[in-house]
Design a protein around this ligand. Structure first.
Ligand SMILES: Cc1ncc(COP(=O)(O)O)c(C=O)c1O
Length: 390
């Protein structure tokens, strides 16, 4: 069988050896649960989790107690909606703002709340001629969801300017940044951006599936959205008199004030964490910082593919990925034909329906690169595409 050419980094990254080695080492030699044991091995797992958290904090310029482990970006984006619901009660949620470059995971949790009647209005940020969010178009809003880089268009958004406008119009706006694609290519600075929440997935930066990051600026003061083991310092018993009148074990309507929460970040992490995946996170970040995807490969693909008349490229030459359509062919057909040549690209709506609707197309084909790709991979792919569309 021919070697696979993997050009789908934006869906998920291949794993560097350092990540695989760290996970294997943890599974073989250091396995235990975190936050629960007092034996040396359990304490070592706590240290490993704390080191990983510290590395993530440094990576995005946060404090470790603002870094919460989730199962991925989608989990984080859904949790933010639940967290805010806990704080405010749905009745005070009047409007939210999104944009057409959003991934389904960023907008759907909010849209579903609206369909349930728990939030009244959805506003849109306008996109400029490059399909970038126009910072001046941000309306006065209560909740603002910002996709820092679209997974179709691959352009870094001016997150700081977008948030600054939103805060000028409403100092109490809550801002949520989806950095799932941005984090692969650019340095994140949550303090500079001044965001309230930020999410990304481990698997797109070379770590494993099943772990993600949720940055919560006010992690000490906000009330958690999940309850269970590890997030409480103390669970109070109901008092004896009430016990007698209710019957021994009926806890109906027992106020939650009887629990004392742990400090952040533990209060956000009910249940057992994805420890093996966390063991691979620090090495993944170390590797990514030294081996960001070589975007010269995308420029080269752009220069070649833009000469083919039937191909319409949706992305700029300096984008972090290349998305295109072929005149007279469905994107899924093109993707399948490329795939039949052992070349993995992404085709379809890429969970980003709104940008495709806006462009009036059912989907597109996307080439995205990681540190494992070479110019030879791109040249072979261009040859295959030329044969398909000739
Ligand atoms: C921009 C963006 N947001 C959110 C997600 C969701 O990530 P996950 O499926 O890892 O939760 C993706 C994944 O493709 C993405 O590209």
């Amino acid at each position: 069988m021919n070697k696979i050419i993997y050009l789908d980094a934006a869906a998920t990254a291949q794993k560097p050896d350092c990540v695989i080695d760290a996970e294997m080492d943890f599974l073989r030699n250091s396995y235990a649960n975190a936050g629960r044991g007092i034996c040396a091995r359990a304490v070592a797992v706590d240290d490993m989790v704390a080191r990983a958290r510290g590395r993530v904090a440094e990576f995005i310029n946060a404090n470790p107690n603002q870094v919460v482990f989730t199962s991925g970006a989608t989990d984080g984006l859904n949790r933010v909606v639940n967290i805010l619901s806990w704080q405010m009660g749905y009745s005070t949620m009047s409007n939210f703002t999104v944009s057409d470059i959003d991934h389904h995971s960023a907008r759907l949790p909010w849209q579903e709340l609206m369909y349930l009647g728990k939030i009244r209005k959805m506003f849109m940020c306008e996109l400029d001629e490059n399909l970038d969010i126009n910072p001046n178009s941000v309306p006065k809003t209560d909740f603002l969801v910002i996709t820092a880089m679209s997974n179709v268009l691959g352009r870094a958004q001016d997150v700081a300017a977008i948030i600054a406008t939103a805060r000028r119009k409403n100092p109490n706006v809550v801002t949520i940044v989806d950095a799932s694609q941005y984090v692969v290519h650019e340095k994140i600075d949550v303090k500079k951006w001044d965001c309230d929440f930020l999410v990304f997935s481990g698997h797109k930066i070379g770590a494993d599936t099943g772990v993600g990051i949720l940055y919560i600026r006010d992690s000490e003061t906000l009330f958690p959205d999940k309850f269970g083991g590890g997030m409480v310092l103390h669970v109070g018993d109901i008092d004896v008199a009430r016990k007698a009148s209710y019957g021994a074990y009926i806890y109906e309507n027992e106020p939650s004030a009887s629990i004392v929460l742990n400090h952040a970040p533990e209060k956000w992490e009910a249940g057992t964490l994805p420890l093996t995946q966390i063991a691979g996170l620090g090495p993944a970040i170390d590797y990514l910082e030294k081996n960001r995807p070589n975007l010269y490969l995308i420029k080269h693909a752009y220069d070649e593919l833009s000469q083919i008349p039937r191909i319409k490229i949706l992305t700029g030459r300096d984008a972090a990925m290349l998305s295109f359509v072929v005149d007279g062919m469905h994107p899924l057909d093109v993707g399948a034909m490329i795939g039949a040549n052992n070349i993995c690209v992404r085709a379809g709506n890429m969970c980003a329906s709104w940008i495709h609707m806006r462009l009036g197309i059912p989907g597109s084909i996307r080439i995205s690169v990681g540190p494992w790709n070479t110019i030879d991979d791109i040249n072979k792919t261009i040859d295959v595409i030329k044969k398909i569309v000739k």
